[in-house]
Design a protein around this ligand. Structure first.
Ligand SMILES: [Zn+2]
Length: 359
């Protein structure tokens, strides 16, 4: 036990270490670059995706960077070459700093590569290795002011990417993003390990079910019958522990009810939802649609830099588990018709009417 304390000086909080371990067990390549694991019995350190056999948990120590591991006397594994990963990350961090501080709207890979005295091909590979994104996708991320701002304020690339909906979920180990109102519990399959408490209240649109965890809102459903709403919740999060809430989330419930009446948001509603990276991006984009206005699926797809993903956008809207909070009702067809709504077209229509009336 003592050694463990001494060895984990890289100040990895135990919770993060748990997630690192999970990613290690799954050989999750998306976690490459966010940490390395080192094995005390062999003195070798690896990246999460290393194909080698897994060590025992008690022999494993985590470090943020290859350098940290080496400072503690570990050698890089010859199979997964974690040091190269580290240099890719470093290169991308430097590229990102350059790009974020420049005023140019469009980032040119070759010019950035030149400034960093490397080749475009090398930089491209580094992007892929460190962020899982191509430079082009990275460029799309850069179009988000928020992303640039976070970089300027000192966030790492992976933190900022994730916060803006780009990073793979497994890469998000600590930072969550209050601005966009998303927390990470999210991607666990089927809501495993989530404890959801729900409340059902009456509103002018019928029954409203609000499901929450201690981190945020996981479900907002509208319907006529309580039983079917609860059933829908169990279907959405089949592995979560679900029970009627014993109070505690009243502020959130009240806020949802307010918004249903078309009122302006008063308090932030943090979300705790399971989502793919793409769904997350769509939902974040929907949260930017001002109250009282609408967008078409095509417009949303374009705003995401994926003009051909109209169908996928529509699907992400249709599967939004937190209606109202993520205002998927504000997305309509290009021709102005309402398209569908998970909770019935009539409700969508009323919501839009109210929001435009309240101005
Ligand atoms: Zn290895």
């Amino acid at each position: 036990m003592k050694t463990q304390v001494a060895m984990t000086k890289g100040n990895i909080p135990p919770q993060a270490a748990e997630r690192f371990w999970e990613a290690t067990m799954h050989r999750d390549a998306r976690a490459d670059g966010s940490f390395v694991f080192a094995v005390r019995s062999t003195h070798v350190y690896c990246r999460p995706s290393c194909p080698a056999r897994r060590p025992l948990r008690r022999n494993t120590v985590f470090f943020r960077t290859a350098q940290d591991a080496e400072n503690q006397g570990f050698r890089p594994c010859r199979r997964c070459r974690p040091k190269q990963q580290d240099s890719a990350t470093a290169l991308v961090e430097r590229a990102a700093a350059l790009i974020a501080s420049s005023n140019e709207e469009v980032f040119r890979l070759d010019s950035v590569a030149r400034q960093l005295q490397t080749s475009p091909a090398k930089l491209r590979r580094a992007f892929h290795r460190a962020t899982g994104l191509s430079p082009k996708e990275f460029q799309q991320a850069l179009r988000l002011e928020q992303f640039k701002k976070m970089l300027r304020q000192g966030s790492t690339v992976t933190e900022a990417l994730y916060a803006c909906g780009y990073g793979s979920s497994s890469r998000l180990y600590e930072k969550t993003n209050a601005h966009l109102g998303m927390t990470p519990a999210s991607y666990r399959k089927g809501g495993e390990g989530m404890h959801i408490g729900y409340t059902v209240a009456n509103s002018s649109l019928g029954k409203v079910l609000v499901g929450t965890t201690d981190r945020g809102v996981s479900a907002v459903y509208l319907g006529d019958r309580e039983a079917s709403l609860v059933e829908a919740l169990r279907k959405e999060y089949p592995k979560a522990e679900i029970a009627r809430a014993e109070g505690g989330s009243e502020t959130w419930l009240k806020e949802v009810l307010q918004r249903i009446e078309g009122n302006a948001p008063r308090v932030d509603l943090p979300l705790d939802v399971k989502a793919t990276a793409f769904q997350r991006r769509v939902w974040q984009e929907l949260q930017k649609i001002p109250r009282g206005t609408t967008r078409s699926y095509t417009q949303v797809a374009r705003a995401l830099g994926k003009p051909r993903s109209v169908r996928a956008v529509a699907r992400a809207c249709a599967t939004n588990p937190v209606s109202i909070v993520v205002p998927c009702h504000r997305v309509i067809r290009t021709d102005g018709s309402l398209a569908g709504y998970r909770w019935g077209l009539e409700r969508k229509e009323k919501l839009l009417e109210r929001e435009s009336a309240q101005g």
